[in-house]
Ligand binder design. Sequence first.
Ligand code: APR
Length: 231
Amino acid sequence: MRKKLVISTGAGMSAESGLSTFRDAGGLWANYPVMDVASADGFARNPALVHRFYNERRHELVKASPNAGHRALTELEQWYDTFIITQNVDDLHERAGSHNVLHLHGELMKVRSMRDENRVYTLDKDNLDTSTETRDIHGDPVRPHIVFFQEAVPNIEPAIKLAQEADIFVVIGTSLVVYPAAALLNYVRPGVPIYYIDPNPAPVPSYVHVLKMPATQGVHELVNILNPDNQ
Ligand code: APR
């Protein structure tokens, strides 16, 4: 029976792909008023601004590529049933070849109908921009398929289940300040090894194995640690 490896990633996972994190110096929230561009109230107040903010991030995303950390995570799939829970809205894990990716905060390359949230559309490379004028095939306005602050996190239940079932749990590149994602650590069964890869890690319990380094180096080390031939 293969062990279940559950990996929780944040913006630091994509930092070495050139995508800004949120709370590092010069990060997204240093340059944009978070409650104007990433909250339900902000979207209600000025939807055009929010559309523009996500359009800009899509144009950056299509120019970015998965980094060595994203790719190294796919190597773990040869030995473990590997599941990625990500707070990231980019598609770099998928583009690197990871198969089981659960997005907690939505997906940047997707938009959805404002009349029926089950109508979700994937934008393609040469059609990245949306606005308040954009209409779907039913003639309805669309919005970014992003979980704004003040909105529920629909995928938190399956994420908690994964954390509870993990035989190994890994956290990569997150400041652990946004809930409920930050709480996943608490659902891991006692005794299950936990690794945390981050060059500037948030405070975590002493039983967490901290690898104080960037994701590209940390995941490489993690693959060596978790390689069954080395155990
Ligand atoms: N490799 C690994 N981690 C890194 C790297 C790197 N090269 N560079 C920075 N980091 C770490 C930082 O030290 C920090 O701990 O990535 C983390 C980034 O933290 P945040 O910017 O707060 O990003 P995140 O934790 O993903 O934010 C959570 O907040 O704004 C919301 O919805 C947004 O999903 C996001 C959520």
